[in-house]
Design a protein around this ligand. Structure first.
Ligand code: BTN
Length: 266
């Protein structure tokens, strides 16, 4: 495996002038936990921590995030969104779009966003985002953790039906050759920097681009919301990125979160 090129990642941030500082670690328990610990000691805004491997990677709702050492993209970024806190959930939406745009720019793939924060290829999960608000030195900030299944060809047996990697979905000769993870990460950092500017006036354009890539759009879903099971058809994503659902009983619901969402036949 070719290791991530820390200099190239830092150069992308420096060129864009955002003041972001990149670190690449061979192994960490979790990049998000490392950044949280950092935020408790210093003003961590603008720090980005990559790891080639995680021993205790975390997903949403205390799930474990498994990764292939040296194959995936695993990083966390500390930022203070330039909008009022009520609008911070926009960060997840804008970052999910940034992941799609970076993949589209660097590979012949068309990822989709499975609301609220999974990235899908060919109906399987290829990346996940974990957005957490923490109170650190200098006030509240967002720790945005992104995990992308990158260069791996093998997946744990239990995951093959549900997950994939960028490389697995690439056509030949890229599939045999493997991916340049640094190139994808550089594109992603650029798109994430641009995303900051789109959190205010640019957010309607973000939502338009997200709707075009919305995997659940038009699908019948079963979801768990605040412990209650619900069924309905996804009819839209509204201006704030909420999932708009028409229930079997004809009720229109807009949800800002759900514990679980599954597309079902129907
Ligand atoms: C999810 O789909 O549940 C979110 C997964 C987020 C995983 C990333 S990998 C980098 C960062 N560090 C972590 O421990 N988690 C996030």
């Amino acid at each position: 495996m070719t290791p991530l090129d820390a200099d190239a990642l830092q150069a992308a941030c420096t060129e864009a002038g955002g003041g972001w500082r990149v670190e690449v670690w061979p192994e960490l328990p979790s990049t998000s936990d490392a950044l949280k610990a950092r935020a408790a000691r210093e003003d961590a805004v603008g720090r980005i921590i990559f790891a080639e491997s995680q021993t205790a990677g975390r997903g949403r709702r205390a799930n474990r995030w498994a990764s292939a050492p040296g194959q995936d993209l695993l990083f966390s970024l500390a930022l203070r969104p330039p909008v009022e806190m009520a609008l911070w959930p926009r960060v997840t939406t804008a970052a999910a779009l940034a992941v799609c745009e970076a993949v589209e720019e660097t590979l012949p793939l068309q990822p989709q966003i499975k609301w609220p924060n999974d990235i899908y290829l060919a109906g399987k999960k290829v990346a996940g985002l974990l957005t957490e608000v923490v109170h650190g030195v200098g006030g509240a900030l967002v720790i945005l953790g992104i995990g992308i299944n990158g260069n791996g060809l093998e997946l744990p047996e239990g995951l093959v039906a549900l997950a994939t990697s960028l490389r697995r979905e690439c056509p030949e000769p890229i599939r045999s050759r493997g991916l340049d993870r640094t190139e994808i990460a550089v594109a992603l950092l650029r798109h994430l920097m641009a995303a900051r500017e789109r959190l205010e006036a640019g957010f309607p354009a973000v939502m338009e681009a997200v709707r075009r890539r919305a995997w659940l759009m038009g699908q019948q879903v079963r979801l768990l919301h605040e412990g209650r099971e619900m069924w309905g058809r996804v009819i839209d994503l509204d201006a704030e990125g909420q999932l708009v659902l028409m229930t079997a009983g004809g009720q229109r619901l807009a949800l800002s979160s759900a514990e679980q969402v599954r597309a079902v036949e129907g």
